[in-house]
Write a protein that binds this ligand. Structure first.
Ligand SMILES: Nc1ncnc2c1ncn2[C@@H]1O[C@H](COP(=O)(O)OP(=O)(O)O)[C@@H](O)[C@H]1O
Ligand SMILES: [Mg+2]
Length: 266
């Protein structure tokens, strides 16, 4: 497997102000980021710092204005089955069962009925929804729906999961359980993950790397490696890890990095 690489990527959007001239806004400026297979990169930053734009570039939904987005030396020219995307409020088909939602991309890929039903059931088991396999989406809670979305994203066996604040709408307890589930899924599937989150604690707990973006224009101001997720998977309790002095120190450091340029302009 090859890495997903952004090299010196800039992104500008053109827009017209009223009847006035066309102006461009630079959303990302010279961003370089390589996502290795099996790595878990968490991206944090203030609202408007370009996090979603970065994910859209990696997904192939938008093309860079400058620079390159590529896999294995080949430019990414659009969405692909190697990269699965999950958004915060992802559209599932509410009248279909969890199983049929997860099986849907397999159907598009031409997988036969029995095999896609079996694979969908296995994916739902992996996300802890074995008992809900044949329930309709409208019968499930928000956390359960989010898990169906993740199972569906995994159905195509992507090399990379691109997640844009997937846990943002969940209550605190459900969110913590989902974080742990994401790590279990990450470990068992071996996919690379790019996770965008508003929560510094979530980024630290989940990421093998945490990247901080600052806005105007969006750029990387910190890129650090952490091992809290691997320690959790090796058996340390989540609560103890999140209360550890090194976790708290790292959290404060990342919060400072998020707000560093604000202090100068205040
Ligand atoms: N399609 C678009 N057209 C014009 N501007 C956009 C578009 N998408 C995003 N932007 C602008 O780009 C900046 C970064 O947005 P975004 O990537 O969504 O940041 P974040 O996810 O960090 O909040 C914002 O100022 C936003 O208004
Ligand atoms: Mg966003």
């Amino acid at each position: 497997m090859t890495e997903l690489r952004l090299t010196n990527v800039s992104l500008s959007y053109a827009h017209r102000q009223g009847f006035g001239a066309l102006t461009t806004t630079r959303v990302l400026q010279r961003v370089s980021l390589a996502l290795a297979p099996g790595e878990f990169v968490a991206v944090i930053g203030r609202s408007g710092s370009g996090k979603t734009s970065l994910l859209n570039l990696a997904a192939g939904f938008v093309a860079p204005s400058e620079g390159r987005v590529e896999r294995g030396g080949r430019p990414i020219s659009g969405p692909g089955a190697d990269r699965a995307v999950v958004f915060q409020d992802d559209a599932l088909y509410p009248w279909l069962s969890a199983r049929d939602n997860v099986a849907f991309p397999l159907r598009l890929a031409g997988v036969g009925r029995d095999e896609r039903r079996a694979r969908a059931a296995e994916l739902l088991r992996q996300v802890g929804l074995a008992a809900e396999t044949d329930r309709a989406i409208w019968e499930l809670s928000g956390g359960q729906r989010q898990r169906v979305g993740i199972a569906r994203a995994l159905a195509a066996k992507p090399d990379f999961l691109l997640l844009d604040e997937p846990l943002g709408a969940l209550d605190a307890m459900t969110r913590e359980r989902m974080q742990e589930l994401l790590l279990a899924v990450w470990q068992s599937s071996g996919t690379g993950v790019l996770l965008i989150t508003h929560s510094v604690e979530e980024a630290l707990f989940l990421g093998t790397r945490v990247v901080v973006l600052a806005p105007d224009p969006g750029r990387i101001v910190a890129d650090r490696r952490f091992d809290f997720s691997r320690r959790y998977l090796a058996g340390e309790p989540a609560r103890a890890l999140k209360a550890a002095p090194e976790f708290i120190a790292a959290r404060e450091e990342l919060i400072a990095a998020i707000h560093a340029d604000e202090a100068m302009t205040a």
